[in-house]
Each structure stands twice: as C-alpha cells, then as structure tokens.
Ligand binder design. Structure first.
Ligand SMILES: *[C@@H]1O[C@H](CO)[C@@H](O)[C@H](O)[C@H]1NC(C)=O
Ligand SMILES: *[C@@H]1O[C@H](CO)[C@@H](O)[C@H](O)[C@H]1NC(C)=O
Length: 317
C-alpha cells in the first residue's frame, strides 16, 4: 500500500480544508493565490458566454446587407476580447502550476512528505485542477466559442485582402489569433495547457527524476480515490461540491500522470489504481461523471496502448 491510512486522513484534509501557508510556502502561495483569485470570475464569465450565433447567421445569410455585417462584427468583438482573457489566463495558470510543481517535487522529500509539509500548496494544486476540469467541461459544451472565433478570423482575413485594417486587430493581432485558435481547437484546452506544461517541466529539469513528479500526481490520485470510496471519509463530505471537487482533482492528476509518465497511467506498472479510480467514479451520483469519464477516454495518451488491460478498457467502454 502506497500510503498509510493515517496519512490518508491527514492528506484528505489537505484536499478540502483551508490550510494556511507556512512561512516556507508563503512566496509561492501568494503568487498562485493571485492567479486563483481570478479563476472564479473566469468560470462565471465562461458560464454566461452566449455567443453571437444569431448575428453571425444573419450576416452570412445576407452577405450584401452591410448593417447586418456590422451588427455581427460588433457582437463578436467583445466576445473575442473575452476569449483572449481566457487564453491569457491559461498562460498565468501554467506559470502557477510550474511554481507548484517545483515546490512539491524539490529534494529531499518524498511526495507524501511534501503533501504533508506543504498542505496549502497541495490544496492550491487541487484547486488549479478543479478549475481546469470545470473550465474544459464548460468549453466542451459550448460550440459558440469556436463559431465566434472562426467568424472573427474569416472577417479579419477578408478585410486584409481588401487592404482594410480593422481596429480590432490592435487588440488581437494575427500572431495572438493564431495562438488562440490552437488553444480553442483543443477539446480540453486548459488541461492540455497543463499537461504540456508538466511535460515541459519534467523534460527541462534533467536533475529531477520523472518519478518525483509522477509520484506526486499518483499520490494525489490515491488520496482522492480513497476519499471517494471509503464511507467513513465520504460522510465527511459536507456537500456534493466537495465530492465533485475530489472527482475532478482525481481525474486531473490521472490525465497529467498519463501525459508525463513514459508508460502512462493505464499500464500494469502504473502507480495509479486505474480500475479502482474508474469504478469509484462510476459509483458517484453526479451529472458530471460522464464528462469526467469522457475526459479519461479522450484526453489521455495511453488508454489505447496494447499494455492497457481489457478490464480497464471494458470499464471505460
Ligand atoms: C529543477 O529542479 C530544481 C530542484 O527542484 C529547482 O531548484 C530548479 O529551479 C529546477 N529548474 C527548472 C529549470 O525548473
Ligand atoms: C501542446 O503541445 C503540442 C505539442 O507541442 C502543441 O501542438 C499544442 O498546441 C499544445 N497545446 C496547448 C494548449 O498548449
């Protein structure tokens, strides 16, 4: 068994209590905290993102009607400014994650020791994952985002052909638009950003064994799984929000692990009990379960490897 039950209870506290940062954690904690403070607003903004589908449709159906073209353009511009804010936030989140990974993997401590010593940072890590999964869930169910953005890009390039410079280009120039469109083309853009960043972190830092990072992730997955599957702990969940928090964090760390570890999360040698994680996820009475299972199905790297057992495949079928 990877962790003793005492440590599990202890660390479960880490994941859903509000641990105060110790002095050693303060610098990183403050930096990450400034980013997390914005996360709530970003989610609210995305939640209320309605898109300009109607205006765009009317403009396309009446290409000769300049008033309708202008109406669509005026509707799309503020939305694209929003999309830019989300994208820029992903870059700040990436930096925050990087600082946390550095802190939570620095020698000489083992992952469990880190989680115990740096509870406030572990909690922030969990919050980042929770935000990420929530963001992607909203993005995935909102086709207006890509529709608005491609209309914006088509309009810009049509005007460029006519040698007209649009004022909006100052806000989102061509290079920014290219980067944004790569971002929004991803099914789960925030998670992809984080898994890219984690991969980069382990590949850039040659002195740090990959296991230090993956053990940190598998330990967190284990803590979440034990939390969800043990009735004595589960009754401490005060409401479904905490349960959902735990589910999202578990799926988030699994996906990161799968991207970073050379053989991934589904192999027999994996330090994550995938069967247990999937089972406990399926038992949860939550509308979000299917979305989270889809995240495991479609955004992991190694699920379709030959080394994945039939049983796990069947569970995710
Ligand atoms: C690599 O890891 C060490 C130890 O955790 C850390 O001090 C250093 O800043 C890291 N370097 C990079 C490039 O992340
Ligand atoms: C992740 O990395 C891949 C490969 O380098 C790149 O093609 C993709 O655009 C990146 N995605 C994000 C969201 O950063």
């Amino acid at each position: 068994q990877l962790i003793q039950s005492n440590s599990v209870i202890y660390t479960c506290g880490v994941i859903y209590c509000n641990a105060q940062p110790t002095e050693a954690e303060t610098a990183v904690w403050n930096q990450v905290s400034a980013v997390l403070e914005e996360a709530h607003g970003i989610l609210a903004e995305l939640q209320s993102y309605n898109g300009a589908g109607q205006e765009i449709r009317e403009a396309i159906q009446n290409p000769g009607d300049l008033a309708l073209q202008e109406k669509a353009w005026n509707a799309v511009c503020p939305l694209v400014a929003k999309l830019k804010r989300f994208y820029e936030f992903s870059l700040r989140l990436e930096n925050a994650l990087r600082s946390l990974l550095e802190a939570l993997t620095s020698p000489p401590y083992a992952p469990m020791q880190h989680l115990e010593r740096e509870q406030a940072l572990a909690k922030q890590f969990a919050e980042i994952l929770h935000f990420t999964l929530s963001f992607d869930e909203l993005k995935m169910t909102n086709p207006a985002i890509q529709n608005d953005f491609s209309y914006y890009r088509r309009t810009i390039s049509r005007n460029r052909l006519n040698n007209q410079q649009l004022e909006a280009e100052n806000e989102v120039n061509n290079e920014m638009a290219n980067r944004m469109s790569l971002f929004y083309a991803e099914a789960t853009p925030m998670l992809k950003t984080l898994s890219n960043a984690t991969t980069k972190f382990v590949s850039e830092n040659k002195t740090l064994p990959i296991e230090d990072t993956t053990d940190c992730l598998s330990t967190m997955a284990c803590v979440c799984r034990v939390m969800l599957e043990t009735p004595e702990y589960r009754c401490r969940f005060t409401n479904t929000d905490t349960m959902l928090f735990c589910m999202r964090v578990m799926v988030g760390v699994i996906i990161l692990y799968d991207h970073v570890h050379p053989v991934g999360a589904f192999a027999k040698t994996s330090k994550i009990d995938m069967k247990g994680c999937i089972k406990v996820l399926k038992e949860q009475p939550s509308n979000s379960v299917e979305g989270l299972l889809n995240a495991l199905r479609y955004t992991t790297r190694h699920l379709n490897d030959d080394s994945t057992s039939k049983q796990i495949r069947a569970l995710l079928q």
